[in-house]
Design a protein around this ligand. Sequence first.
Ligand SMILES: Nc1ncnc2c1ncn2[C@@H]1O[C@H](COP(=O)(O)OP(=O)(O)OP(=O)(O)O)[C@@H](O)[C@H]1O
Ligand SMILES: [Mg+2]
Length: 260
Amino acid sequence: MSEVVVVKLGGTTLAEQRQVLEEVAQVARRRPVVLVHGGGKRMTEWLERLGVQTRFENGLRVTDPAALEVAAAVLRGVVNSELVAALRDAGCDAVGLSGVDGGLLIGERLPNVGLVATVTGVRRDLIDSLLVAGQVPVVAPLARDAEGTVCNVNADDAAAGLAAGLGARQLVLMTDVDGVRDAAGHKLDSITADQAAALIADGTIRGGMVPKVRAALSALAWDGAEAIIADGSADRALVRALEDRSFGTRVSSRAHAGAA
Ligand SMILES: Nc1ncnc2c1ncn2[C@@H]1O[C@H](COP(=O)(O)OP(=O)(O)OP(=O)(O)O)[C@@H](O)[C@H]1O
Ligand SMILES: [Mg+2]
């Protein structure tokens, strides 16, 4: 396992993310950081503006060729460039790339959602060489499938695939809620795979939180690895997500795993 931390930011506006980007720049001075971003809300704005209809299945955007074109343009063009620029403003040597660049992410198409892939492979040496050079890779969630088709990847899935592929010790999925909430609306400090399955089955965990929780679980391939879902707009969100067990929701594969 490596000291790498993979941080995923959700798709809100840059103004809302300035603070957490400052934190990313600070943490990156002490340990290797890989940033992965979503762009759901920004993509919805652009799709509406361009009159391209999309719908969601289990939290995944069903992506036809027209939607893929918009996704690629917005994720790699608009959102990725903004984040790289903001990190560079914060003194961080950020480098933008998508999962297509350098063959970083290998995808496998998911059934019934169009041009959407899940991550099945990571070109680790590419990320390692950027990290060794002191750079912070900023990854847009696109991947090529076995036929070479560019696909959209849910950003939580891309972050989890990278975390597992790099043997990252920590994966932080920053979002716009304080963590995973139970049926009564209370934020859970931790959740196991079995609890997650039950909450997904009864509809308590729904929408974008479904792929997020599944991604968090899939990143726990290494003993001692941690996945945390937390509110990226909170004060000192990244440091607290990494250190404070009462902040956000820690996802573990079984009860008490990683409790020491
Ligand atoms: N049980 C739950 N607890 C907390 N949030 C939940 C739950 N079930 C559904 N949600 C929803 O999941 C949303 C977070 O997922 P969403 O995909 O919308 O954002 P994101 O992943 O942070 O951003 P992006 O998809 O752009 O990368 C929350 O805003 C909330 O509305
Ligand atoms: Mg999402």
